[in-house]
Design a protein around this ligand. Structure first.
Ligand SMILES: [Zn+2]
Length: 365
């Protein structure tokens, strides 16, 4: 194998040795032979590639000296890479990939990286192979991504995705589209919340339940319309009075053992809570020897999440568009359990009224 020409990978001018012809020198990047032992090639600035028989051409690097990487290849820094050369990623941007065994001809030292300098091999673009042509459906997709779904504006690179995860919008259309998406989603969420509340109010098996983490443990259940079904203060020292009054009567603390029948009566009902499960009551029942008495709440029968969706505020804007992820404005339950119960009843009526209203609209059409 013969030594490589020292100017391979450099910008050079090549002058016809028999200079009498008056031909202007050709400028470009010197490339290695296409075949071992073959002639050098010059990738001209006008993008044609010519072969150079060394005996007939004088090859001069421009500028005369150029830095080299430790293994001797020409070293380019950001902003210096001639268009005849590219990194592997750069080739991909141009929809090319390396040919089998294609050798690097120079080195790129990226000094802009956050993690210090990184070097990449540079390859001759002329020797890389083009990707297979895009199929029709790929072209459609590429064009779609570069077209604003709102106004139809086009640009060279894809527009950012809208909140629906499918449409893409230009800067002008992004905010109105995000607003519309939000409103549509909010309307759908509110309709679901209204339907849920309407169902609860009409369900004879439904009970609103409040409980406390304090001692004694309160377990109070009413129908959605306010009729008390059970009101228990569960605790050991039954001589004490509970701190709550129900229907003008102070609650008496009862031993969980004596409360088993009352709790059992609730077990078959559809229980609605704000958001806390009734695990504490279940533990007390289990300790009282009634492990089969278990109060469970379906995930969809937690009032809090419905109220949050019902009262949701638009998410914060992020630049010209909304964040794709947001937090619902948290709806904290009132601290006092009976205020919490009242708030649940009010919330149910508020949501269900919306359902009733949409029923009327539907009937009027
Ligand atoms: Zn647009």
């Amino acid at each position: 194998m013969t030594a490589q020409h020292p100017a391979i990978g450099l910008r050079v001018t090549a002058t016809w040795r028999d200079g009498a012809s008056g031909e202007p020198p050709s400028a470009g990047v010197l490339l290695p032979p296409a075949e071992p032992g073959g002639p050098l090639r010059l990738h001209l600035d006008d993008d044609t590639v010519i072969t150079l028989a060394p005996a007939e051409w004088t090859i001069t690097p421009v500028p005369a000296t150029w830095p080299r990487c430790p293994i001797g290849r020409p070293l380019y820094r950001p902003g210096q890479i001639p268009h005849q050369l590219a990194t592997e990623q750069g080739l991909r941007y141009r929809r090319h990939h390396l040919a089998a065994g294609q050798p690097p001809v120079a080195t790129f030292k990226d000094t802009r990286g956050r993690r210090g300098n990184t070097t990449f091999p540079l390859y001759a673009v002329a020797d890389a192979e083009p990707f297979a042509p895009r199929a029709d459906h790929q072209i459609t997709r590429v064009v779609q991504a570069r077209t604003c779904s709102g106004c139809g504006a086009r640009r060279e690179h894809p527009y950012p995705l809208g909140l629906d995860g499918r449409s893409r919008y230009c800067t002008d259309c992004a905010a109105p589209a995000a607003d519309a998406w939000w409103q549509a989603h909010r309307a759908a969420d509110r309709a679901l919340a209204a339907e849920w509340a309407h169902g609860v109010l009409g369900d004879p098996a439904a009970l609103l339940v409040i409980s406390t983490p304090t001692w004694p443990a309160l377990l109070h259940a009413t129908t959605p319309h306010g009729l008390t079904v059970a009101s228990l203060a569960l605790g050991e020292s039954t001589t004490r009075q509970a701190p709550w009054q129900v229907d003008g009567q102070r609650l008496q603390v009862v031993d969980p053992v004596h409360a088993v029948p009352s709790v059992r009566a609730l077990a078959g009902r559809r229980l609605i809570v704000w958001d806390t499960p009734l695990a504490r009551v279940n533990r007390l029942m289990s300790d009282a020897g009634a492990a089969d008495v278990r109060l469970s709440v379906a995930e969809r029968d937690k009032f809090g999440p419905h109220l949050e969706r019902w009262r949701a505020e638009p998410p914060p804007r992020h630049g010209t568009t909304y964040r794709r992820v947001w937090r619902w404005a948290a709806q904290q339950p009132p601290h006092d359990p009976f205020e919490q119960l009242a708030a649940m009843r009010d919330g149910l009526s508020e949501m269900a009224a919306h359902h009733a209203a949409s029923d009327h609209e539907g009937a009027a059409r």
